[in-house]
Write a protein that binds this ligand. Structure first.
Ligand code: ATP
Ligand code: MG
Length: 576
């Protein structure tokens, strides 16, 4: 490609709309342009890189035996009603209406569509296993679209869905995808780690997210440096807090004391009360699937809502409002508690975090504004309905696998694999006849990669002050040829044209910077865009029979004119 014939609108200034490095570079390098919040046009260079990521994904999915198909983006709401997700997933739906005013959903994901297809087309164990995938645009009405392609309203996903005859075979399919994902991200030049992820009510270890460590990531990951344990913070466990829970019994019953104006853990910890956070029981009022419940945590712990939803099998949870708290317990947040003698009215379910087991000598709200209770013994004074591990782990706590201190870091989720079981096949009737002639629901798995997010994650992980550093495998062009003079017929341009033609003939992705620009501008742009290999051709070096070869981020190396093409080919083929 000749630079002057394509469109590469590089920018000197950083657009104000971009907050994170990769978003700035996407815009500055002329890879994408914003149409509206969360909606982007891929310009020619951006599209080339995107297609390369897609190709890697496609090759590895095919290699793993998955079958490519393409489903409609527009979906009938009826299939979502049948799966039971019409209400629970409705927050993310973009809905459209046709001329008959009938509603349609722009697909945020395709479990319902693929399961409907399989229900119609597969009926015997002999046709299993099957794994279908597509690379397609998804639509999600995100609460906060941001960071460019990272969280968009419209984005490209590779989604795959496996169907197996038994649970054991489904695990084989899962493992194949796990391995394929590891290869995909490695080939994209990404350092991605697989972490255990929340599995909702299904439970077990059968969900992994592929995470790219990055300061700007929206996820937090707890990991052990041994490499033996890594989990999304939403799921992570540890051996518990480093501060033991008090179990000092005073023998006395709960005793009320006045705490005027004290409504926070910190205020109760300060003078004149001095009750340390870990000696307090924090009482959270939640609305869980439209029922009020209490959740008890140690004062120095944070409730992990995702863990709670998974453990309690809840589909919708939210903190109760002040009015709802008052209605349930007769006091406002800050003075709430779960001690039997202070609870009146209907019985409310009480869920407590494991770290409170056996706690004695605790302080909690008295269900009376401006008062707390001390000498609380949880087993004696509170009727806990169920105990769960509900706390968010903290850095430094000990790893459940190795006993070493856990670290916590931020990361970008680029992929997610999930064992679904028979939830969708049962609801959407994807049944097959097993060997003994019995009807069985197919055991499913689903596997997503955010293709556009992956592209941006590569940039987020691989850049320097001058711009992007593309891994060769996904660079928009592998080679940038930079003649310092473009006068037609001049020795410099003649050589540039010759090398260009030879590289093109060899199938190398090469761009010839034939712009009438100063060398400085050309070099800056090629660094900004981040072509892996640059060949500079100028009068001075040519006089010595040389061209200047530069790897992105590396130093200039003179190469003999006659050896230039061979050298570039070696580099592109990875044999240098
Ligand atoms: P997130 O927690 O980031 O919202 P998710 O759990 O909703 O992701 P999945 O439904 O598992 O994501 O989708 C599969 C993949 O699609 C994700 O791993 C991510 O890489 C990508 N993805 C999800 N939402 C978006 C989005 N709004 N913009 C770009 N990519 C996305
Ligand atoms: Mg999401």
């Amino acid at each position: 490609m000749r630079w002057t014939q394509t469109l590469i609108p590089t920018l000197k200034e950083t657009p104000a709309e971009a907050e994170i490095t990769s978003h700035k570079l996407l815009l500055r390098a002329g890879l994408v342009r914003k149409l509206a919040g969360g909606l982007y046009t891929f310009l020619p260079l951006g599209l080339r890189a995107l297609r390369k990521v897609e190709r890697i994904v496609r090759e590895e999915m095919n290699r793993a035996g998955a079958l490519e198909l393409l489903m409609p983006a527009m979906q009938p709401p009826e299939i979502w009603e049948r799966s039971g997700r019409y209400v629970t997933a409705s927050e993310v739906f973009f809905k459209v209406r046709d001329r008959a005013r009938k509603e349609w959903i722009l697909g945020p994901t395709h479990e319902e569509v693929i399961t409907t297809l399989v229900a119609g087309e597969i009926n015997s164990y002999r046709q299993l296993p099957k794994n279908f995938y597509q690379i397609q645009t998804k639509f999600r009405d995100e609460i906060r679209p941001r960071f460019g392609l990272m969280r968009a309203k419209e984005f490209i996903m590779k989604d795959a869905y496996s169907f197996d005859a038994t649970d054991e075979l489904a695990q084989v399919s899962y493992q194949k995808m796990y391995d394929a994902y590891a290869r995909i991200f490695q080939r994209c030049g990404l350092k991605a780690i697989a972490v255990e992820a929340d599995t909702g009510v299904i439970g077990g270890k059968f969900s992994h997210e592929f995470m790219v460590p990055a300061e700007t990531g929206e996820n937090e990951v707890a990991y052990c440096e041994s490499g033996q344990y890594a989990a999304n913070i939403e799921k992570a466990a540890s051996k518990g807090s480093l501060i033991p829970t008090p179990n000092l019994s005073t023998g006395g019953n709960p005793e009320e004391f006045a705490t005027p104006g004290v409504v926070t853990i910190e205020a109760l910890g300060a003078a004149p009360y001095g009750v340390a956070a870990h000696q307090q029981i924090k009482t959270l009022v939640y609305v869980v699937d439209s029922k009020i419940v209490l959740i008890l945590m140690r004062g120095d712990d944070q409730l992990n809502e995702v863990k709670f939803m998974a453990k309690a099998g809840a589909t919708q949870v939210r903190p109760a409002g002040v009015e709802e708290c008052f209605g349930a317990l007769g006091a406002k947040p800050g003075s709430l508690g779960a001690v039997k003698s202070t609870m009146t009215g209907d019985k409310i379910q009480i869920f407590a975090d494991e770290s409170l087991r056996g706690a004695k000598g605790m302080t909690t709200g008295a269900n009376k504004d401006g008062f707390h209770l001390r000498h609380v013994e949880i087993d004696r004074d509170i009727e806990v309905t169920q105990w769960f591990d509900l706390r968010t782990v903290k850095a430094g706590e000990l790893c459940v696998a190795t006993g070493q201190p856990l670290k916590i870091g931020r990361a970008i989720e680029v992929g997610h694999i999930f064992k679904l079981g028979t939830k969708y096949s049962e609801k959407l009737n994807a049944m097959f006849l097993d060997e003994s002639g019995k009807q069985q629901p197919a055991v499913m798995g689903c596997y997503g990669i955010g293709v556009t997010r992956t592209l941006q994650a590569i940039i987020e992980q691989s850049n320097d002050k001058d711009g992007i550093i593309w891994p060769l495998s996904v660079a928009p062009y592998a080679v940038c040829l930079t003649p310092l003079s473009i006068v037609a017929g001049s020795p410099v341009m003649a050589l540039a044209e010759k090398i260009y033609a030879e590289l093109e003939a060899q199938g190398v992705d090469v761009i010839l910077d034939d712009r009438d620009e100063r060398p400085g501008v050309k070099f800056k742009d090629s660094e900004l865009i981040g072509f892996p290999i640059r060949v500079g051709i100028g009068e001075k070096s040519l006089a010595k029979g040389e061209v200047e070869l530069k790897l992105r981020g590396g130093v200039l190396t003179p190469v003999k004119v006659e050896e230039a093409v061979a050298k570039v080919l070696e580099l592109v083929k990875g044999t240098a």
